[in-house]
Write a protein that binds this ligand. Structure first.
Ligand SMILES: Cc1ncc(COP(=O)(O)O)c(C=O)c1O
Length: 582
């Protein structure tokens, strides 16, 4: 059985065998304290509960999938066989001041998507206004925290207006509408999906609603990741304390076709190693894109060298080679470029300028694992490449990074720096120069390794998401969708777009409206050169205006591209975007 499924089902099974009153969610609605009590196998013998359930079942029959004569015996049987004994079903009673008011549950777990249904939401007694909404939120949070549930689905009847409104308030949106007809069955009636030419008179729609957050980023975690993480816990100590870190370094070396790799605690530290390993020092200048996450620039600053910020190419949002050429001085020692959001930079031009001026090239490929430039993997073309395994990247482990190079000298220096300057040349623990403790933990490496072994599949999913966007947005004339250039292969870590000048709504207002629809897009980076450390302390080095980066900083957006998005999710994003922007 799938390990994740096993973990979740074991937990549920354990909870349901505990004495009634052991699993309680303590909650508060406005000033009222209340609890959610999990029904367990003991509850079947609890007369108060059975009586209440029977009363509520009778009262709310109309909205159930089938209608029948409710009895206490039947209710007891239902609770035992259809709730307690069902491995993926949980039901909580809502209790305020020792009085039960209703119930809410979780059911039908989908272990691949780590989601389930919000089930059996019944307001039993006329209650404190808003308490059902609060109870639904509480149980959904509990499911997230205890069982790792990512999002919820439910089915309701379109004519149950109050319920539909409640679910909308909870952030659910309709994703499917199914025509149902009422038929006679087993002495009662039942709602079944309508056939094409149905003749039944009683009809209604069942709405399928989901509250899935359309996340900006997020990984695909499968059984493999769970297995490797468990393996990391079990076997990541004693003689095998670094086995996953070593395997990760080898897996990346093989995937990229590079000679040397050093897995680090994060990419920022890999970038610092890169800057330090090429010998940057105070007084040196590094030509750096103005458009990136600040880690890019700070890794230069850590060595005392100065970043000189230059503009970007409007079609890739990566450093513009023409801008690099204008910025070269006698003090320039290196070029720091970024494969922004997974879109490759123009490496031929960058390498030509570097060779002409004897400069080192550091590729900040933090989000770009799997991207290619003219058939070569990005991160392997310059002197050093650095990648991130932070939680929003294509392959994640929460915090993690890797330094890659084909240059033996650079590698040896970086390795010494990454391990406290330790060489063991005179004695065990001998340190030959001031270094840092920058290496990755084996446990993080275990998870990263599972992800890297799935890199082709993960990149294919990102590219699929981009294709879904492209199909719907390519002809939408209010935005410019950034597409990979011919001969380049983006990994589309963060599919990007620019709002046209004639769009009146501000970027911030647009993002706020999208968030209101549970769509989490992100603004592009601000120009790093405008940050106080550079504006105030390094003022003299802000030589360039960088109009393209300034424009993208104000009007650029990265679209949601979490690994769990479906084509329907992307369709919803595109339709919402078009509606707001038009
Ligand atoms: C372009 C760029 N460089 C560097 C980093 C730093 O990576 P990490 O968070 O692994 O230190 C990031 C992280 O998002 C990034 O986007």
């Amino acid at each position: 059985m799938n390990l994740l499924k096993q973990v979740i089902l074991n937990k549920i099974e354990k909870y349901k065998h505990l004495p009634y009153g052991t699993v309680i969610i303590h909650a508060k609605h406005k000033k009222t304290k209340y609890q959610l009590f999990l029904l367990t196998d003991e509850s079947v013998k609890n007369k108060t509960i059975i009586n209440l359930l029977a009363k509520w079942r009778n009262h709310h029959q109309k909205w159930f999938p089938s209608q029948f004569k409710v009895t206490k015996e039947g209710t007891k049987k239902w609770l035992k066989e259809k709730v307690i004994e069902v491995p993926d079903r949980l039901l909580f009673m809502i209790r305020v001041n020792n009085k039960y008011l209703g119930h809410v549950g979780l059911f039908r777990f989908d272990f691949d998507n780590v989601m389930c249904e919000l089930d059996n939401i019944v307001r039993g007694e006329s209650t404190i206004p808003g308490i059902m909404t609060s109870a639904c939120l509480e149980i959904m949070n509990w499911g997230k925290q205890k069982l790792g549930i990512k999002w919820y689905q439910l089915t309701t009847s379109s004519d149950n207006i109050k319920a539909v409104q409640l679910y909308q308030r909870l952030g659910f949106r309709e994703v499917k509408r199914v025509l149902m007809v009422q038929v006679k069955k087993n002495g009662g009636t039942e709602w079944v999906e309508a056939k094409k030419n149905h003749s039944e008179k009683m009809t209604r729609y069942h709405l399928v609603m989901i509250n899935k957050k359309i996340a900006f980023a997020g990984p695909s975690i499968t059984e493999k990741e769970v297995e490797y993480a468990v393996e990391g816990v079990i076997s990541g100590f004693y003689e095998t304390y670094d086995q996953h870190a070593k395997k990760l370094e080898k897996a990346i070396a093989d995937f990229l076709g590079v000679k040397y790799t050093i897995a680090t605690h994060c990419c920022t530290l890999a970038l610092h190693l890169a800057c330090a390993a090429i010998g940057l020092k105070p007084g040196d200048e590094v030509i750096c894109t103005d458009f990136s996450w600040i880690a890019t620039a700070y890794s230069i600053v850590y060595t005392g060298a100065t970043p000189v910020f230059v503009d970007i190419d409007p079609d890739t949002w990566c450093i513009d080679p023409k801008a690099i050429e204008k910025a070269v001085t006698k003090k320039t020692k290196a070029i720091m470029l970024v494969h922004t959001f997974g879109y490759p930079a123009d490496m031929d031009e960058i390498m030509r300028i570097a060779r002409k001026n004897n400069l080192k090239v550091i590729e900040d490929a933090a989000p770009a694992l799997g991207a290619e430039y003219k058939g070569k993997k990005v991160g392997t073309i310059g002197d050093i490449g650095c990648f991130s395994f932070q939680g929003a990247k294509v392959t994640v482990t929460g915090e993690g990074g890797i330094f890659v190079t084909n240059d033996k000298k650079i590698y040896e220096k970086a390795l010494m720096l990454a391990t406290m300057g330790r060489t063991d040349s005179q004695a065990v623990f001998w340190s030959d120069s001031v270094g840092y403790q920058y290496t990755i933990s084996n446990l993080s490496a275990a998870l990263a390794l599972a992800q890297v072994e799935r890199i082709d599949e993960l990149v294919a999913k990102k590219r699929q998401i981009f294709d879904w966007y492209y199909k719907r947005l390519k002809d939408f004339d209010r935005i410019k969708l950034i597409k990979e250039k011919k001969g380049y292969k983006s990994n589309y870590c963060y599919p990007s777009m620019l709002l046209n000048d004639d769009v009146l709504i501000s970027r911030e207002e647009l993002l706020k409206k999208l968030r209101g629809l549970n769509i989490h897009a992100r603004p592009a980076f601000p120009n790093m050169g405008q940050f106080p450390p550079f504006k105030n302390e390094f003022k003299s080095k802000l030589k360039f205006e960088n109009p393209v980066a300034t424009k993208v900083a104000k009007r650029g957006i990265c679209l949601p591209a979490a690994a769990n998005l479906t084509e329907d999710d992307v369709l919803f994003v595109c339709n919402s975007l078009k509606k707001i922007v038009s």
